[in-house]
Ligand binder design. Structure first.
Ligand code: ADP
Length: 823
């Protein structure tokens, strides 16, 4: 940070004063010495004026001596600038007076003035105004005093000549003082800001070191604080196990124990790292059998008949000089990674140990997922996990390999990794042999044992089929739980089992298979899982039309808004962060299942309602939301049928409203059934009229024929209705008009109120034919008649003049179907 200019200037002024004071001491010494020395010149050259000159020299010496004493003893009394001016004036006024004594302007002593100017500027090169003041004072006295003594013409010439030398001494002197001071000021400011930056850096460095120390201290304290309750919990679990608990409780206790020791292990690793950082880590090296130690650590990892650890070079003792406890940590970390990142059923691990003259090589190879080449260097860094979708499936802290590297390096060894993506990885550790030899080997002590959390992923565990409990006859909703952590699965199952049936899956792929066969009511899935992550499972469920509507809840250890948004964006219905409590889990699951039931009920009702007027597959299509593709605007050939009642206007004027509506309902219900049976699309009811079309949105190749058949069925159905009505004294008839032609089809209306509409002359024609039709008539257009002629019996009614049509339109009245000809 740069100091404000004013502050720098004040500081510089102080510095300059001090500089001037120091230099003035030198200047005064010089004056005090030079003055008597020049007296020698007076003796040699001007014996005749010796007494006057001696007097003047005495004044100089006395003046200088007084100022010098003030400078040394009372520096605060007179400022350095004044002392500088005094030095010049004491010397130069006396020298000027000497020139008067020695004959005026022609006296050579005037060059003494220049000498004094130069001496002052060279030794005290600051404060040019003081130099200027002293120079002006000198020149004024020199010229004043010498002119007072009426100079001769030669003297005047000398005055002019001398003034040239005097002025040309003063100007460069002033100029050089001015430049020197500027330079000095710039240098001073640069030095000041450099010093300030250095001070700031040092301060923040000290602060960082202090923070780091506090962090390490806090970290060590908190880790100790955490270890105590965890150790006590572990003890309590062990005690409980000994008290022969019921089998369900035993499972819970086992799970509690496993997870507590996992946490304890993690904290110990963090503490180890902190110790290495603070330099407090101590290695307790001794010579022991490394082969034995490797086998004992490998025994923590359960193998199955397909998943195995293969040993090479471990059947005879291999002497190594190392800290056995630390080496166990190294092996445990490498082995658990090899297990974690290879196939749970098929993964293979090879451990090779070989002793060379000066070193021991330990190689650990797996055929797992491998590491991308650009990440190989990074995996030994703290808290680093390989990035990419594959690893998001594996839990971990990212400190294992960092600790491994610290331990190996502290042993003077090296660790290297080679890996091929998708093929596997090989970690090679080289330890210096040190003084190890078979005859020096000692047995491992009690102290060297450390407990590792058992690595749970045994074949036995994986072979256990996912459970559906209780019996499928139970009609409680089924929740599918996917989590790779056995304990978490068990815990969630226990919580849910009070209200739901549960099915369990160990990863996304297994969950997808189960979802396809079991069709659960809800899926509750972890995000990070091997083989298929929760996100991938979610994607697969949403892409499968049969599973799409199943609600999915993501269960994850990542808390925070970002993770929540990411989950909901991915299409999850809900998101639960671990740790969660039983009530929250049950409430969320129940809510989603209830909402889904309500949705299903709504859809069922919609379907039922639509199926009254639409063919079932069309209703299905509309509800499934696939209609957009079909229903967007397009042009197609359709057959349009119009039906409306004869005598309805008169009836409507006289009938009671309830009767009127009841009659309309009866008519529409019966006609609606016929329409549905024939797969017609009912565009709308409009009072007593109905408009139905065929061949859109569901294609119907024989649409004209279908329409005519439906019209005949309507006529028959209507005959029954009419018979019933006439008993109640109601006389209503119905006429039908049908036409075939092209129309523009699509959804019209606005959000919340939409209709599927057919727009074109064909609808107009059908409507006009309908209004021309008397009761019992089915009037069809010429084009339609051509299409259905081989099938139906129809009489020509001649050319009709219809509103909206310029030319008369030929029309036919369909009376029935032609009897089938026997071939
Ligand atoms: P953690 O396993 O807890 O994530 P580590 O420090 O042990 O942390 O490992 C760091 C990362 O290195 C792992 O997250 C993983 O991405 C990668 N890694 C380590 N060992 C293997 C392995 N055998 N195969 C594939 N990747 C590995």
């Amino acid at each position: 940070m740069q100091a404000p200019p004013s502050l720098i200037a004040t500081d510089y002024d102080a510095f300059r004063r001090q500089f001037a004071a120091e230099r003035l001491v030198v200047l005064y010494y010089l004056g005090l010495i030079a003055n008597p020395v020049f007296f020698a010149t007076d003796v040699l050259l001007h014996r005749e004026h010796l007494s006057s000159l001696l007097g003047l020299r005495a004044i100089i010496e006395l003046g200088l001596a007084i100022c010098f004493v003030i400078l040394k003893r009372r520096p605060a009394l007179v400022s350095p600038n004044s002392l500088l001016v005094l030095w010049v004036l004491i010397g130069n006024l006396c020298i000027a007076q000497m020139t008067v004594v020695l004959g005026g302007f022609t006296a050579q002593y005037y060059s003494g003035l220049n000498l004094v100017f130069l001496g002052a500027a060279v030794i005290v090169p600051v404060s040019w105004p003081s130099h200027l003041a002293a120079q002006l004072g000198t020149l004024a006295y020199y010229y004043g005093a010498n002119f007072l003594h009426a100079p001769t013409p030669a003297g005047l010439n000398a005055a002019i000549e001398n003034s040239l030398f005097l002025v040309w001494t003063c100007v460069p002197v002033l100029f050089s003082v001015f430049l020197y001071e500027r330079l000095q000021r710039a240098e001073f400011e640069a030095r000041q800001s450099e010093r300030r930056i250095r001070q700031e850096l040092e301060a923040s460095n000290r602060q960082l070191l202090e923070l780091d120390r506090l962090k390490s201290e806090f970290f060590a304290n908190i880790s100790h604080e955490l270890r105590t309750p965890l150790t006590l919990s572990l003890g309590a679990f062990k005690g409980l196990l000994k008290s022969s608990p019921a089998p369900e409780c035993e499972q819970l206790i086992q799970s509690g124990m496993r997870n507590t020791s996992r946490l304890l292990f993690l904290i110990n690793e963090l503490l180890d790292l902190a110790k290495f950082d603070s330099g407090r880590a101590e290695l307790r090296k001794r010579c022991f059998d490394l082969a034995l130690l490797v086998r004992s650590v490998a025994a923590n990892f359960e193998s199955s008949h397909t998943r195995r650890i293969h040993f090479k070079g471990l059947d005879q003792p291999v002497a190594a000089e190392a800290d056995p406890r630390q080496m166990k940590k190294v092996l445990y970390n490498l082995l658990s990674n090899a297990f974690k990142f290879s196939d749970p059923d098929e993964g293979q691990i090879w451990i090779r140990l070989s002793a060379k003259e000066d070193r021991v090589d330990l190689e650990l190879e797996d055929n797992g997922i491998g590491i991308p080449p650009d990440q190989l260097e990074r995996i030994f860094d703290r808290f680093t996990q390989v990035e990419g979708s594959a690893t998001r499936r594996y839990e971990g802290s990212g400190i294992g390999l960092a600790l491994v590297k610290e331990i190996v390096t502290h042993h003077g060894g090296t660790i290297a990794v080679e890996s091929t993506l998708g093929r596997g990885s090989t970690f090679t550790i080289t330890l210096p042999r040190g003084g190890a030899s078979p005859d020096k080997m000692v047995a491992l002590e009690e102290d060297d044992t450390i407990t590792f959390p058992a690595f749970r992923e045994s074949g036995q565990e994986r072979d256990r089929p996912a459970t559906v409990s209780p019996a499928p006859s139970d009609d409680r909703p089924l929740v599918l739980v996917a989590d790779d952590n056995t304990d978490m699965r068990g815990y969630v199952e226990l919580m849910l089992s009070r209200q739901f049936r549960t099915a369990l899956a160990r990863d996304g792929a297994e969950a997808l298979d189960q979802a396809r066969t079991l069709r659960p009511d809800l899926i509750l899935t972890d995000i990070m899982m091997p083989r298929m992550s929760g996100y991938d499972l979610l994607k697969a469920v949403r892409q499968d039309p049969a599973l799409r509507s199943i609600p999915v809840i993501l269960l994850t250890a990542r808390a925070g808004t970002e993770a929540r948004v990411e989950s909901l964006d991915a299409g999850a219905n809900d998101y639960i962060a671990k740790p969660f409590d039983e009530e929250e889990l049950l409430a969320r699951v129940s809510n989603l299942i209830r909402a889904r039931d309500q949705d299903r009920e709504l859809i069922r009702l919609q379907k039922e309602k639509m199926a009254r007027f639409l063919p079932p597959h069309l209703a299905e299509m509309i509800i499934a939301g696939d209609r957009d593709e079909f229903l967007k605007g397009h042009r197609t050939e359709i057959t349009v049928l119009f039906i409306d009642l004869r005598g309805f206007t008169t009836f409507a004027e006289t009938a009671e409203p309830e009767v009127l509506i009841a009659i309309l309902r009866e008519y529409q219900t019966d006609m609606g059934r016929v329409i549905s049976d024939f797969g017609g699309t009912l565009e709308r009811f409009s009072g007593d009229a109905m408009m139905i079309f065929f061949n859109d949105p569901v294609p119907i190749p024989d649409h004209a024929e279908r329409a005519v058949r439906m019209a005949l069925a309507m006529r028959d159905r209507f005959a029954d209705l009419r018979a019933g009505w006439s008993k109640r004294g109601i006389d209503l008839g119905a006429g039908i008009g049908i036409a075939t032609g092209y129309a523009s089809m699509g959804v019209i209306g606005f959000e919340g109120r939409q209709d599927y509409a057919a727009i074109g002359p064909v609808t107009n024609l059908a409507a006009r034919l309908c209004s021309e039709a008397q009761h019992g008539h089915i009037l069809v257009s010429g084009r339609l008649w051509q299409l259905v002629d081989p099938l139906v019996l129809a009489d020509s009614v001649g050319d009709l003049t219809l509103k909206g049509f310029q030319r008369p339109v030929p029309a036919y009245n369909v009376t029935g179907l032609r009897p089938l000809k026997e071939n």
